[in-house]
Design a protein around this ligand. Sequence first.
Ligand SMILES: C[S@@+](CC[C@H](N)C(=O)[O-])C[C@H]1O[C@@H](n2cnc3c(N)ncnc32)[C@H](O)[C@@H]1O
Length: 358
Amino acid sequence: MEKPLPSPVSGDVEYLTGMTLGAYLDLVRERFPELHRDLRFDRAGAARALEQLTRLFNEFETDDPESGRGDSYRRAQQHTAVRLTGIRRLFELAGGVRELRRLPASWRVLDLLAGDGLLARALLTLAPQVRSGVISSDVARHMVSSALAAELPALRQDARYLFLRDACVDAVVLAYGSHHVPPGDRRAVYLEAARVLRPGGRLVVHDFEEGAPSARWFSEVVHRNSAAGHAYSHFTEADLRRDLIAAGLGNHQVLRMYDPFVMRADTREKAVGQLADYVHDMYGLTALGRGGADREKVRAQVWELCEDCFRFGPDEGPSDGGSVEWRRSPAVYRSRDENAWIAEIPRIALVAVAVAAA
Ligand SMILES: C[S@@+](CC[C@H](N)C(=O)[O-])C[C@H]1O[C@@H](n2cnc3c(N)ncnc32)[C@H](O)[C@@H]1O
């Protein structure tokens, strides 16, 4: 089969670490033919986008001591269940279904900030009937390589310019990191999402609301304690709506969704300790361990920071479904139906669901 390459670019350009674009296309053609069919590296502007990718490195590549948290981020994501409450809801919203078992086997969703494929792995357990439903897309080389190594269909591209054909997916998800896209570029991401959505398909945008506890976590805790810092702007409902409308996605709703961190273990200490490790690794809070603090002390510090930050007033809860049980501050409790302890840190996310014109 022919390689869909842009005319000024040869397959020799390095696309992933140690892998040329030509080798990547061969691999995808062999292992993920459905994705290969939809790839368009010969779109107008693709050569420039590829050239920009060669110069792009972000904090999610490795644990570079100056500016990275990629390895520790991926270590945390081995706990696939911690964010399952929010991930399940995102898939329900993306699929327009109340229960994920209603998703058709052929359903396809593009995860634009996929990291190493957490959402794809989650969908395999939440809706096993959906065969290879999630295309994991990310700009970081190591994230894409990890997803491919886990046998997930994945590609390296910037959310602002997609190497995919028009109208090829049922849904697009921009979640768990949308603030990494600068405010002035978000509209371009929505335009690209609208282009690759089939008519009537859905775009779900998820982030945290500027000034709310879940966003202050980043500006007040992550920014001070991680090597890379965290100088990113979060979202406001007004800007989100304005940019969606400008991208032709005026048919949308905005809601606030419960999106906690949840860790289960057989003792109270393990549940809290493992959740503190998860948060420490995910956000690369390396400054907390400096000065020789031992592991238990770092865990206690992380938990205390979470207790200080993640506190919600009665009016700051989810607007998404009146029956959602949610906690207003971090808690550790014994589960009613399992013989397990649960450590839970509440977060409230701002979410928009837009429907592409039919
Ligand atoms: C916080 S991580 C989330 C990863 C995964 N979705 C998860 O929940 O674990 C954010 C991801 O967005 C990626 N990213 C940031 N800016 C991007 C952009 N402009 N285009 C594509 N990916 C981007 C990063 O490389 C990183 O892997």
